[in-house]
Write a protein that binds this ligand. Structure first.
Ligand SMILES: Cc1cc2nc3c(=O)[nH]c(=O)nc-3n(C[C@H](O)[C@H](O)[C@H](O)COP(=O)(O)OP(=O)(O)OC[C@H]3O[C@@H](n4cnc5c(N)ncnc54)[C@H](O)[C@@H]3O)c2cc1C
Length: 404
């Protein structure tokens, strides 16, 4: 029997759409199924976040032909300053300290990324976005997979990618177990306009309740990720405009002059989730379906982008050789490739959050000394900078700046 599509992707969040573009752009027939209405996905009210995209992820977006649509609306990150509450010791990353001189990364608004993806995908004839529809179930065999969609339609395919988010119904149905816990923290996300330019400097202040991040956006704007105790966050987010602006200014400081919140406030309860397996028969998990990590280092989407770069490479190579793109051996290779990166980042982000989100004096002394030591050891600092840029380890071709 003929397949309806070679690759079926459940979930049209950023990860699912990026995988769709990487594979459809390389000639595969691809369908993305999402249960949300596309007009809701594209509404300004859908997702208030901006993403810090590391330089390695930028290479992927360039390689799949998306960057020209984003470049004018992405702000380069030239420096990162990490400060521990009011301590004078801080860690300072500067892109000029690296021999390449490229930006450490970029800040891109999620709504702009989503819009660029959908616009680009609309021009690819071998791509289909099926929405609003859910993938209700999949049945798999050695020969292929069949997905049952919520309108009763059945779609035959070689491989199903579950990009269906942290509660991934497909992961649950496949019986893949997870390690997960909820952080006692919620992030409040909003945008501010400030009097003075930020010059591409991202700032992270560690406060006892959690990190307060200031991410440079285009114009004199910054995206705020303000992590607070879970029980306090709704009260803060619900304050009047004037009271909210005062609380925010107290944390922001005056280094950029007057600061004015613009636009809505969003809240994101924080969790950690790691799938014990990333694959099952003819099924591969990507993005938050496989891992959800603390946003302390702005790395969740970057991990998902490395997932899709790795999976797309394996799938495209297999297809060029006339091999089965849903074969167990390919899926096993994908899992082996992605596991270490994910576990390492989950452990580092969880550890950083535990180390910095408290005000115990001895811990504070030790961590401030640690920041100062890293700051004075250029080779170690350069390694950490490259790690934050997502350009360390066994990297997929797209991350290395090579074509698929
Ligand atoms: C406060 C905060 C700040 C962050 N900042 C950064 C940052 O600076 N840099 C960074 O790299 N990362 C960051 N992240 C992480 C990043 O936002 C996420 O990793 C990313 O958005 C996850 O995308 P996803 O596509 O994997 O999942 P989701 O966005 O959850 O998408 C899943 C999609 O699947 C669909 N779906 C679910 N079930 C089905 C079904 N059965 N059938 C069809 N469709 C289905 C849903 O409708 C949804 O559209 C941050 C996260 C938070 C919480």
């Amino acid at each position: 029997m003929r397949d309806d599509v070679e690759l079926l992707i459940a979930g049209g969040g950023l990860t699912g759409l990026l995988l769709g573009l990487a594979c459809a752009g390389a000639g595969l027939s691809v369908a993305v199924v999402d249960r949300q209405d596309p007009s809701a996905l594209l509404a300004d009210s859908f997702d208030g976040r901006s993403s810090a995209i590391g330089y390695g992820s930028h290479q992927v977006l360039e390689g799949i032909g998306l960057w020209p649509r984003l470049a004018g609306e992405a702000e380069p990150i030239l420096e990162i300053r990490v400060a521990d509450d009011n301590s004078p010791l801080f860690l300072h990353y500067d892109h000029r300290e690296l021999e390449t001189g490229v930006p450490l990364g970029y800040i891109v608004e999620n709504r702009i990324l989503r819009r660029a993806l959908i616009d680009r995908l609309e021009s690819i004839p071998n791509f289909r976005l099926l929405a609003p529809l859910a993938v209700d179930s999949i049945s798999t065999s050695a020969l292929g997979a069949t997905a049952l969609l919520s309108d009763g339609r059945q779609m035959r395919t070689r491989l199903v990618a579950a990009a269906d988010g942290r509660s991934s119904p497909l992961r649950l149905a496949a019986g893949i177990r997870t390690i997960e816990w909820r952080y006692p923290q919620t992030s409040i996300v909003t945008t501010v306009r400030h009097e003075r330019p930020h010059f591409g400097v991202a700032v992270e202040h560690f406060m006892p309740a959690g990190p307060f991040a200031i991410l440079p956006m285009t114009g004199n704007r910054s995206s705020i990720v303000w992590t607070e105790r879970a029980e306090l966050a709704p009260r803060l987010a619900g304050l009047s405009d004037a009271a909210f602006a005062a609380e925010l200014a107290a944390r922001f400081g005056d280094f950029l002059g007057n600061v004015e919140p613009i636009g809505p406030r969003w809240m994101y309860p924080l969790t950690l989730l790691l799938a014990e397996e990333y694959v099952s028969t003819r099924l591969a998990l990507v993005g938050e379906a496989a891992h959800t990590i603390h946003p302390i280092a702005g790395q969740g989407l970057n991990l998902g982008i490395r997932d899709i770069a790795a999976l797309a490479e394996l799938v495209i190579d297999a297809r060029r050789l006339g091999l089965d793109i849903g074969a167990d051996s390919l899926l096993w290779h994908y899992q082996q490739w992605r596991r270490f990166d994910t576990l390492a980042l989950a452990a580092v982000t969880d550890g950083l959050n535990r180390l910095f989100s408290n005000s115990l004096a001895p811990i504070r002394l030790a961590r401030d000394a640690g920041l100062a030591v890293v700051n004075r050891l250029p080779p170690l600092k350069r390694l950490l900078m490259r790690d934050a840029m997502g350009i360390v380890g066994d990297l997929p071709r797209l991350v290395r700046g090579e074509p698929l």
